[in-house]
Design a protein around this ligand. Structure first.
Ligand SMILES: NC(=O)c1ccc[n+]([C@@H]2O[C@H](COP(=O)([O-])OP(=O)(O)OC[C@H]3O[C@@H](n4cnc5c(N)ncnc54)[C@H](OP(=O)(O)O)[C@@H]3O)[C@@H](O)[C@H]2O)c1
Length: 331
């Protein structure tokens, strides 16, 4: 049998476990050109929240009864494509289910990471790592001695972006939710500072943590968090807009107070997407692999056990209770 998590109803406000339901179905049959995969790990990501909000607003066709989408890594069980053989490990878009039948053309073979766990291909060597690399190395081109601020600093992308910038010689300040998370970001990841955006004195604390201003903002959250960092940007600073996860659930407009600084300080504001820079992925992976093997990164993971745990793990991630990459172990 194939266990799946499907949407029960669309969330109008906060996402709750009750918006999802577990269903059992048969293991899918293969069509020509497809591969049957037993998924080992499922990645849970903020874009899934955006997808739900877009569905509520009628911007995407997604609704009750549909399978939840998601990046997965797993093992080939059966193949109707000559490029893949049973036993090989592959990355795909299997969704929230134990077994997926996927078109071979959309699968990526896992290149062995020196005996590292498969989950690393959904984290440091996967989309979060490549996204962080694109923002730090390609978009912002961080230089030695610069002040680098990253929001959602304890998250999958943010924790890696900050460690990369520190490795490249920047003075790194994170922004994260809660004192305990901030202490872990400085104590365990080696950031030079970390500011709690949930505290009453957030803006003053950010000023104190960035006494000479900021050259690079790596933005994951948006709205008031981005606004505060914009207010600290120096002449010719760079803002790499990676994500706006603080705005995904409401979609409500935000009136920026510090936007004039984009003009006053001649800032370069650049949005980027991992899927728009595929020509750079191999270079990114090579750096990431070398840095991982060289011990440059600590790779945080929050792993839940079993597909049944996926809805609670997703809610927990949205509420900021995890750190690093949020995963569900399926096998
Ligand atoms: N451009 C691209 O191609 C690309 C690719 C991948 C991801 N992204 C984007 O990168 C960003 C980070 O993604 P990720 O996968 O690493 O996720 P993540 O940062 O691990 O997301 C989970 C964390 O988000 C924080 N959070 C949740 N709601 C928040 C809110 N309202 N305000 C501030 N923080 C909130 C929580 O941390 P706290 O406890 O600190 O609140 C939570 O632990 C997202 O915006 C995502 O959409 C972009």
């Amino acid at each position: 049998m194939n266990l799946q998590v499907r949407l029960r109803s669309l969330p109008r406000e906060a996402v709750e476990e009750g918006h999802f339901e577990l269903r059992e179905g048969p293991v899918p049959n293969l069509a020509a050109g497809e591969v049957l995969i037993r998924n080992h790990f499922l990645s849970l990501d903020p874009y899934m929240r955006k997808r739900l909000a877009d569905a509520v607003a009628g911007r995407v066709p997604f609704g009750p009864g549909d399978l939840m989408m998601g990046r997965t890594v797993g093992e080939v069980i059966e193949s109707r494509d000559a490029r893949f053989r049973p036993g090989e490990h592959v990355l795909g878009w299997g969704g929230w289910q134990q077994y997926s039948a996927e078109p071979a053309a959309k699968l990526e073979k896992v290149v062995d990471a020196g005996g590292m766990p498969l989950s690393v291909h959904l984290g440091v060597l996967g989309r979060p790592g490549i996204t962080a690399w694109l923002g730090v190395v390609h978009v912002a081109a961080v230089r030695h001695g610069e002040c680098f601020v990253v929001s959602s600093a304890a998250g999958a992308v943010g924790s890696l972006a900050g460690q990369m910038a520190r490795h490249l010689g920047a003075r790194v300040v994170g922004i994260a939710g809660g004192r305990a998370k901030c202490d872990a970001v400085t104590g365990e990841l080696g950031f030079h500072g970390c500011v709690d955006y949930k505290s009453a004195g957030f803006e003053q604390a950010l000023r104190d943590a960035t006494p000479k201003g900021v050259e690079v903002c790596f933005e994951n959250v948006g709205a008031a968090v981005l606004d505060a960092t914009l207010g600290r940007m120096n002449e010719n600073g760079r803002v790499a807009v990676c994500g706006l996860l603080g705005q995904y659930h409401s979609g409500a407009p935000y009136a920026f107070r510090n936007f004039p600084r984009v003009l006053d300080r001649a800032l370069r504001v650049t949005g980027f997407r991992i899927d728009g820079n595929t020509d750079l992925h191999e270079r990114a992976r090579a750096d990431l692999r070398a840095w991982l093997e060289g011990g440059v990164f600590r790779s945080w993971e929050t792993v839940s056990q079993g597909l049944e745990a996926a809805p609670a793990a997703f809610v927990s991630m949205l509420e900021g209770r995890g750190r690093g990459k949020t995963l569900v172990r399926l096998a």
